[in-house]
Design a protein around this ligand. Structure first.
Ligand code: ADP
Ligand code: GLC
Length: 469
């Protein structure tokens, strides 16, 4: 099958979160199954651009209302992704270093979607499946089926994956004319609740809708910022497929971002060396259990309760443990964490920012990973933690519920029900008691490093889904 993934992110070209990891790995595993999967994404003027060489393969035009943008399709020449990647370079809209958060994001991503389809329109090779990811590509299924320019794609099946239903990308109807012409009879297919809503449009128009874990699929049909009714209506075409991880990139035996490598046979030595290094860097005591958090500092991740978790832990159990946070996001959370750092020097530290290398070092050197998420469609951090022998402490929600089994139920992690300081503290206390039994810790680390979360199974599930349409 000729499978085209369309996305705003793809690791290592541009990453804001787990979406990039998924789109960076899934096509590789689909190719390994004998298909031809490729990725279309915007070309950002970021570090990846500075570090590589590229070749232009196509020049086209994308019209957004009364502005016509010239775009080039370019491909990297000196990197092998394991699949083809087509970067759409649209000067004036994407010649910037960040992926999102510009005032003209609506204009940027609609133009990207139009450019991607204009380019596909020029292909002679048939396309079997177009698989779109998240709201930035949400109008593609609609345009493929209803926009006159793209009649050619009317019968090409589309799959849309919801990585995060919290972000729907809605905006006012005065921008309806941004989309290329179609019969106004179909206006209802791009709207929800009186606004244009790319996520809703994708749920209505894609042939199949997936999300990244079965539990999240179930949750969003009850609660997804106003779209739950739509999901219930469309439930027959919806399915939860649990994400995998790229076990070539995330492998503690070979990870180029780690200074010390380890596998199941030398877990304790490897993790200890990485922990010592981390503790030295952040002025923490390596003989104490190390709890970490990595992620966006937003409410969705439960990051707003972290300062209080730190405070309560350090006040009630002084000097017994260390906590390290890597993340960036809401200023008020960043500020509160920096304040905690002043109060609990030597036991708590935070690194505010995005740092890929440090994240790998932390998965390697930590003892426990905290994920108190309010919403977690899948979550990749807990899967990386497992692979690196770090024990997850998670709230039972979405993909966390599908991937972490509590020690009390014969499992390998610590689970709690609520995103509250109280519940997290309870898990921290359980984890510390567990940590004091070194033999048990070794056994569980061994067990979790062996769990297979590679993409092989999920890549096949997607292929079966494609075949069904
Ligand atoms: P989400 O996509 O909702 O942010 P995921 O758990 O799916 O959550 O994926 C997050 C990804 O981003 C992981 O690869 C994680 O290691 C990475 N990550 C998040 N915050 C940071 C950070 N501050 N520095 C480095 N990597 C980060
Ligand atoms: C989103 C979700 C996260 C998921 C990721 C990849 O960003 O918040 O839970 O793991 O997408 O699918």
């Amino acid at each position: 099958m000729n499978i085209i993934h369309v996305s705003a992110e793809c690791y290592p070209v541009a990453k804001a979160g787990g979406l990039a990891d998924v789109v960076g790995a899934l096509p590789k595993y689909q190719n390994a199954l004998g298909h031809k999967a490729s990725v279309i994404m915007p070309f950002y003027y970021n570090k990846f651009r500075d570090a590589h060489t590229f070749k232009d393969i196509f020049t086209g035009y994308a019209r957004l209302a009364d502005i016509t943008y010239t775009f080039n399709v370019i491909i990297p020449q000196d990197v092998d992704f394991g699949y083809e990647i087509y970067l759409i370079d649209i000067p004036g809209l994407f010649d910037r270093d960040s992926i999102y958060s510009y005032d003209d994001d609506i204009e940027r991503f609609i133009t990207f979607q139009i450019a991607a389809l204009n380019w596909l329109n020029s292909w002679e090779a048939p396309v079997d499946i177009v698989h779109c990811h998240d709201q930035h590509t949400g109008f593609v299924p609609f345009m493929m089926s209803k926009v006159w320019d793209y009649r050619k794609f009317e019968h090409v099946p589309t799959v849309f994956t919801i990585h995060n239903g919290e972000y729907q990308g809605q905006f006012g109807f005065e921008k309806l004319h941004y989309l290329p012409p179609f019969h106004s009879y179909y206006n209802g297919l791009v709207e929800w609740n009186g606004e244009m809503n790319p996520l809703a449009s994708a749920i209505k128009c894609a042939w199949k809708v997936t999300t990244v874990s079965p539990s999240y699929m179930n949750e969003i049909s009850f609660s997804m910022k106003g779209l739950e009714g739509l999901l219930q209506l469309e439930k027959d075409k919806c399915l939860g497929i649990l994400n995998g991880i790229d076990v070539d990139v995330w492998n503690p035996e070979t990870d180029p971002l780690l200074d010390v490598h380890y596998g199941i046979r030398n877990i304790s030595g490897g993790k200890k060396a990485l922990k010592d290094k981390l503790c030295e860097q952040f002025n923490l005591n390596p003989s104490k259990p190390l709890f970490v958090f990595i992620g966006r500092l937003v409410k969705e991740k439960g990051a707003d309760i972290l300062p209080d978790v730190v405070y309560q832990t350090m006040i009630n159990f002084p000097g017994e443990q260390n906590i390290l946070v890597l993340g960036s996001g809401e200023q008020v959370i960043e500020g509160a964490l920096l304040h905690m750092e002043q109060l609990f020097k030597g036991n708590f530290c935070s690194y505010i920012g995005y740092n890929e290398k440090l994240s790998h070092e932390i998965y390697g050197g930590a003892d426990f990973l905290l994920m108190p998420s309010r919403v977690e469609p899948c979550g990749l951090n807990q899967l990386y933690a497992l692979r690196y022998g770090t024990i997850p402490i998670v709230r039972r929600t979405g993909g966390l519920q599908d991937t972490v089994i509590d020690m009390g139920d014969g499992g390998f992690g610590f689970c709690h029900n609520e995103c509250t300081t109280h519940d997290v503290l309870h898990s921290v206390i359980r984890a510390k008691a567990f940590y004091s039994d070194k033999k048990n810790v070794r056994a569980i680390r061994k067990q979790i490093m062996k769990i297979d979360h590679s993409w092989t199974k999920a890549a096949d599930e997607y292929v079966e889904l494609y075949k069904s349409i």
